[in-house]
Design a protein around this ligand. Structure first.
Ligand code: F6P
Length: 404
């Protein structure tokens, strides 16, 4: 990362980490500020960051090198992508990083964030006042000190230029994106991710369809209608929608193309966007069976799935990893949309989406709890989402629905 303080670097860095990890690429963040806080102490007044304070420069360089060393060792342990989160604001510092990475056969892409004043002001207030650097300090004094810190960096700041190799410049959080020498699959995915993200705060609601006929009898997959209880849920969702979702503004409602999500959404009485990518995991040969039936008819398959629920692919069907790849365009659209969104989908698919939004490791995704008749309300905060689980009822008997 490259950029003056309060340019949203950590926000972008964490988003990239979440996205790439979710896609199955081992990604880790190395935040030089955290090294400083840990080894030198958080409460440093702005003078510490003055480029003319030799002791400050020495200590900051030491922290930067320590983070770089850890990053290199992490690559040696099998890491695929490292995000080196610091200001990296001079040619000299970036050349040092380049050289070290070249020696280790690591490719570097600089991601530089440049923001207008309004965004900087919002970032300072949203993230810096709560930072451990300003615990117990009067907010106005903290802002003044942070502004002075920015000034120290601004005096020596040198934007990335073409001689420095691959870069992506984000101007005003995605208003403009400039790229230079970007090649290869992962780098291109990164660009398409970065052109879609923004920092407009809006809630996302996730829910499964109301209980469907197959849920009642414990069968997986299929394309059945809602049960009587499922229809009641759709009415409860409508009430929730009117009271809590609609007031949030112009809302998008997304469903899968399967009957049970349509029936749930139809009661809302409004237009929806149907995504095939939101259809439930394809159970192939096992579609329409109960879990005990699968266990009895295909014991090998059952064992294989219990061993590796993330990677296991149903014969003629899909795995959770397949589902993650399939919903990736939905996730990009979720990132791009600035409107509040209600997603009505299915258990496995919502595990994948919720896992992305809450930054879970892929291995956790197949085991996340996404109960029927419950809305998950995700409200953005500084670096992620605050979550509320809202059971709308009707309650379902504990034995209802299959469990794997
Ligand atoms: O049981 C409902 C359901 O949506 C099935 O259609 C699907 O196969 C299953 O959940 C996914 O959950 P799990 O991966 O835990 O079997």
């Amino acid at each position: 990362m490259v950029g003056l303080p309060a340019r949203g670097k950590t926000y972008v860095a964490r988003k990239i980490m979440r996205y790439l990890n979710w896609l199955g690429h081992k990604t880790r963040l190395f935040n030089v500020g955290n090294y400083r806080r840990e080894h030198i102490g958080s409460l440093q007044a702005h003078a510490f960051f003055d480029p003319e304070n030799p002791e400050g420069v020495r200590q900051r360089t030491q922290m930067a090198l320590m983070a770089l060393d850890d990053m290199v060792s992490w690559f040696k342990q099998g890491g695929e992508v490292a995000i080196y989160d610091a200001t990296n604001s001079t040619h000299e510092r970036r050349a040092l990083i380049q050289e070290r990475c070249e020696r280790e056969n690591v490719r570097v892409i600089f991601i530089e964030s440049i923001c207008d004043e309004a965004t900087v002001e919002a970032n300072v207030r949203a993230t810096k006042l709560d930072s451990p650097d300003y615990v117990g300090i009067d907010p106005d004094l903290a802002v003044a000190d942070f502004r002075a810190r920015i000034e120290h960096y601004a005096r020596v700041y040198e934007p990335v230029d073409e001689s420095e190799g691959s870069y992506i410049k984000l101007i005003d959080v995605g208003r403009q994106v400039n790229v230079n020498r970007i090649h290869g699959y992962l780098a291109s995915r990164l660009v398409s991710f970065l052109v879609n993200i923004h920092n407009v705060s809006r809630p996302i609601w996730l829910t499964r369809h109301g209980q469907a006929e197959y849920n009642v009898v414990g069968r997986i997959g299929g394309n059945t209608h809602l049960s009587a209880l499922g229809t009641k849920y759709a009415h409860n969702l409508k009430q929730f929608y009117d009271e809590r979702i609609a007031p949030a503004g112009e809302v998008e409602v997304w469903t899968s193309t399967l009957v049970r999500t349509h029936e749930t959404a139809s009661i809302l009485g409004r237009q929806t966007l149907q995504w095939r990518a939101l259809n439930e995991v394809e159970a192939g040969m096992c579609d329409g069976l109960t879990y005990p039936e699968i266990k009895e008819r295909y014991p090998e398959e059952w064992r294989a799935r219990s061993r590796d629920k993330l990677g296991y692919r149903y014969p003629q069907g899909e795995s959770y990893m397949d589902v993650i790849q399939r919903v990736e365009p939905v996730v990009l659209e979720l990132e791009r949309q600035k409107r509040p969104i209600l997603v009505i989908s299915h258990q496995a698919v919502l595990r994948a989406i919720y896992g992305y939004l809450t930054g879970r490791e892929p291995e956790q995704i197949p085991h996340l709890s996404i109960p029927l008749h419950t809305v998950l309300e995700l409200t953005p905060n500084a670096y992620g989402f605050a979550e509320k689980r809202l059971p709308l009822g009707p309650e379902l008997p504990p034995h209802s629905g299959p469990s794997s």
